[in-house]
Design a protein around this ligand. Structure first.
Ligand code: FPP
Length: 247
């Protein structure tokens, strides 16, 4: 932790929390056991991100594709989300954390929708860490929705085709209120992005660790941040340009 340069932290860290199922299997337990232990990691990482001074933290909790998992696991996960949110919101609120949810939330059961709306409303005035939970989210879904919004505006004469830019596209995404993540972490050994923030991660540093999500703690986050700080971010420029600040 003392080696971290607090002046060069990423503003936004995004995490694919992977490996709950494998972790549970290794313990001889069922998959939901892994998800329940994954919540403990969420708590620890949120605490650590607040303490370190990260401004935005996005957690991929449930993808559009996850709806195709066995019904028992999907129902168990929905119950876990509702219970966790209800249980954690008072503490999150006390710590000035603002909750946001992104994804195709219309697919969620009514009880879950209500829990998310309440949590968003209760923490709306907070000014600390923005905790963004991606639920029933996929980046391709989000890009299709953004395209529809823009097409609708063009159709209604509110904008012309020439006015469509990277900025208008970015502003039409579910993440329009947040800066793009500079660091994306994926746990449990898979080296892929899995339909997560495809547009927003264009220049993010990607960090993959073998650690399963239920084992991920503050020390693992610090390790990822130190790795991020050891990299030279060039944005397509040359190393010499970056080093002379010519960007
Ligand atoms: C991926 O591991 C994990 C999930 C699909 C669920 C993640 C959810 C939590 C950690 C609960 C978080 C709760 C809140 C409220 C944010 P996997 O099941 O794909 O693991 P595997 O690849 O080893 O099978």
């Amino acid at each position: 932790m003392e080696n971290l340069d607090l002046n060069r932290l990423p503003k936004h860290v995004a995490i694919i929390m992977d490996g709950n199922g494998r972790w549970a299997k290794e313990q001889g337990e069922d998959r939901l056991f892994g998800h329940y232990h994954g919540v403990a990691s969420v708590r620890k990482v949120v605490e650590a991100a607040t303490e370190i001074g990260i401004k935005y933290l996005t957690l991929y909790a449930f993808s559009t594709e996850n709806w195709d998992r066995p019904a028992q696991e999907v129902t168990g996960l929905m119950t876990l989300f509702v219970d966790t949110i209800a249980k954690e919101v008072p503490d999150l609120h006390k710590n000035n954390i603002k909750l946001h949810f992104i994804g195709n939330l219309s697919m969620l059961p009514d009880e879950a929708k209500k829990a998310l709306e309440d949590a968003t409303q209760q923490t709306a005035q907070n000014t600390g860490l923005s905790l963004i939970i991606a639920l029933s989210y996929s980046s391709r879904w989000e890009l299709v929705e953004a395209t529809k919004k823009i097409a609708e505006k063009v159709k209604n004469g509110e904008m012309s085709v020439d006015q469509i830019t990277e900025t208008t596209l970015s502003e039409s995404l579910a993440t329009s209120a947040f800066p793009d993540p500079e660091l994306m972490i994926r746990t449990s050994g898979e080296c892929r992005i899995s339909n997560f923030l495809l547009f927003q991660l264009a220049y993010a540093e990607l960090y993959f660790t073998d650690t399963r999500w239920p084992d991920f703690r503050k020390a693992d986050l610090v390790k990822a941040l130190l790795d991020y700080q050891s990299r030279e971010r060039r944005f397509g420029k040359t190393s010499a340009q970056v080093q002379t600040n010519d960007i």
